[in-house]
Design a protein around this ligand. Structure first.
Ligand code: MV4
Length: 448
C-alpha cells in the first residue's frame, strides 16, 4: 500500500480524498494556493505545501509546481480529484515519468475517452448502443449535410474535444446547418484548440443517466449501477439521485454486464462514469465517458455502501477488485444529492465572500461533504461548489422528505447559495412524481 499521497485539488473533494487516506492509514499532503491558506484541506492533511498565487494556471493547474511539491514531499502517488488535472493525459504521463503513481487510468485510456468521437467508436466496436451519427469526424459542412440527410433531422453537432456543452449546436433543418457547423467549429477551436466535430441524431428531451464502474489492474471491471442527473442548468448538474425512477433491475444488470465486458477489453482501471441519454422508450445511448471520480459519487456510495475513493486508492496500489469489494454489489434504498453552490439565486453568477453563519444539518441518513465553515471565506477564483448535501432513505419518498427537512435546517449566511432553489425543486409536484428530463429546470424556472 502507499505510504503517502499528494492531493492535487482543493475544497470538498480534497478533503474527501484526505478522509479516505486517513481511513487507509496513508499520510496525505495538501497543496494550496495563496488564496487557500486557511482552507480545511490544508488543516486536515498531514503536510501542506503552498504552490503559488491564487490563479488556477499558476497553482492547481501548474504541472511543474504540482510535481515539484510531490517530489519534495516524497509521495508515492497523486490523487487528482475531479476537474483540474484529473483528465489530463499529459499530466498522468509526467507523473509516470517521475515515478509517481497517478490515481486514475493509464494515459492512453484518458486520451481515448477524452476524444469523444474515438470513445464513441470504441464503445460501438464492443456493441454498446450509441446514438446514430457520423462515422468519425466530419471534415466539412458539406460532409455534415450528407450525414444529416442520412441520419435525419434534428441532429446535433458536437466537438470531439468538447465538454460542458461547449462546441455543440442543435440543427433542425438543412438550411441552418452550414452556419451552425461553423459556429460550433470556431467555438471548439477557441475553447479546446481543436475544432474537430462529429454528428449525432438529436434525442429530444432525454434523461441523463450515468453508470458508475470500478476497474482494477487485473482486468476486472464491475458496475455499481446508475445515477440520474437530469436536473441540470446550463450543463451544470444541480441534483442527482440513485436509482433512477426509470431504471429496472433487468436494464441495470444488462447495462452493467455490457459495460464491465467492454471496459475490461479497453483496459479500464480506476473509478469511471459512462454517460447515457435515455429516451422516452427507456432506450439508453452512450454519449461519453469520464475517467475520474465525479462530484456526485456519494449518491452511489450511499446506496451501495462502497467507498469509491478508498477503492480508487486501493486499486491504484494494485489491489484486486475482489479484495476491495469483498462481496457482490447490493443496492439498498434511495439517495439524493443537492449541490450547494455559492451563487446568486436568479442570476446564477458566483457569490464569493465571507460566510458569516454555517449550520449544516445532521441526523439519520444525512451526509454533508464540504470544506466550508463559519467565518471562512469563499475565494472568487474557483468553482462555486461549497457543499454537497446527500441523503439516503429506504425509498424515494423517504429520501425526498429527508432532503426537504435537511434543506430547511441548512443555514448559510454572508453569501448567496442554491439552497433556496433546491427547497423549491424538492417541493415541485413533477419532481416528486419523478416526471422530468433534462429540460426540467428550464420549464421550472419559467413557470415560477
Ligand atoms: C445530446 C443531447 C441530445 N441528443 N446528444 C449536453 C452536454 C453533453 N454532455 C451532451 N449533451 C447532450 N447531448 C444527442 N445526440 C442532449 C444533450 C443535452 C444534455 C445532456 C445531458 C444533460 C443535460 C443536457 C442538456 C441539454 C442537452
Amino acid at each position: 500500500m502507499f505510504n503517502k499521497i499528494l492531493v492535487a485539488n482543493r475544497g470538498e473533494i480534497a478533503l474527501r480524498v484526505i478522509c479516505a487516506c486517513k481511513e487507509l492509514g496513508i499520510r496525505s499532503v495538501a497543496i494550496y494556493s495563496e488564496a487557500d491558506r486557511n482552507s480545511l484541506h490544508v488543516r486536515f492533511a498531514d503536510e501542506a505545501i503552498c504552490i503559488g498565487p491564487p490563479q488556477l494556471a499558476q497553482s492547481y493547474l501548474n504541472v511543474p509546481a504540482v510535481i515539484s511539491a510531490a517530489e519534495i514531499a516524497n509521495v508515492d502517488a497523486i490523487h487528482p480529484g475531479y476537474g483540474l488535472l484529473s483528465e489530463n493525459a499529459n499530466f498522468a504521463e509526467v507523473c509516470e515519468a517521475s515515478q509517481i503513481k497517478f490515481i486514475g487510468p493509464p494515459p492512453e485510456v484518458i486520451r481515448l475517452m477524452g476524444e469523444k468521437e474515438k470513445a464513441r467508436a470504441a464503445m460501438k466496436q464492443y456493441g454498446v448502443p450509441i446514438v446514430p451519427g457520423s462515422d468519425g469526424v466530419v471534415a466539412s459542412a458539406e460532409e455534415a449535410l450528407e450525414w444529416a440527410r442520412q441520419i435525419g433531422f434534428p441532429v446535433i453537432v458536437k466537438a470531439t474535444a468538447g465538454g460542458g456543452g461547449r462546441g455543440m449546436r442543435i440543427v433542425r433543418n438543412e438550411e441552418e446547418l452550414p452556419a451552425l457547423y461553423r459556429q460550433a467549429q470556431s467555438e471548439a477551436a477557441g475553447a479546446f484548440g481543436n475544432g474537430d466535430l462529429y454528428l449525432e441524431r438529436y434525442v429530444e428531451n432525454p434523461r441523463h443517466i450515468e453508470f458508475q464502474v470500478l476497474g482494477d489492474e487485473h482486468g476486472n471491471v464491475v458496475s455499481l449501477g446508475e445515477r440520474e442527473c437530469s436536473i441540470q442548468r446550463r450543463h451544470q448538474k444541480l441534483l442527482e439521485e440513485s436509482p433512477s425512477v426509470r431504471m429496472t433491475s433487468e436494464l441495470r444488470k444488462e447495462t452493467g454486464d455490457m459495460l464491465s465486458k467492454t471496459l475490461s477489453a479497453v483496459g479500464y482501471q480506476n473509478a469511471g462514469t459512462i454517460e447515457f441519454l435515455m429516451d422516452q422508450q427507456r432506450r439508453l445511448y452512450f454519449i461519453e465517458m469520464n475517467t475520474r471520480i465525479q462530484v456526485e459519487h456519494p449518491v452511489t456510495e450511499m446506496v451501495t455502501d462502497v467507498d469509491l475513493v478508498k477503492s480508487q486508492i486501493m486499486i491504484a496500489a494494485g489491489a484486486k477488485l475482489s479484495d476491495v469489494l469483498q462481496g457482490p454489489i447490493v443496492h439498498r434504498g434511495h439517495a439524493i444529492e443537492c449541490r450547494i453552490n455559492a451563487e446568486h439565486p436568479e442570476k446564477f453568477t458566483p457569490s464569493a465572500g465571507k460566510i458569516t453563519t454555517f449550520n449544516p444539518p445532521g441526523g439519520t441518513g444525512v451526509r454533508i461533504d464540504t470544506a466550508a465553515y463559519a467565518e471562512g471565506t469563499i475565494p472568487p477564483y474557483y468553482d462555486s461548489l461549497i457543499a454537497k448535501l446527500v441523503v439516503r432513505g429506504k425509498d424515494r419518498a423517504e429520501a425526498i422528505s429527508r432532503m426537504s427537512r435537511a434543506l430547511g435546517m441548512f443555514i448559510v449566511e454572508g453569501i448567496y447559495t442554491t439552497i433556496p432553489l433546491h427547497r423549491r425543486i424538492l417541493a415541485d409536484p413533477e419532481f416528486r412524481a419523478g416526471n422530468f428530463d433534462t429540460g426540467f429546470i428550464e420549464r421550472f424556472l419559467a413557470k415560477k
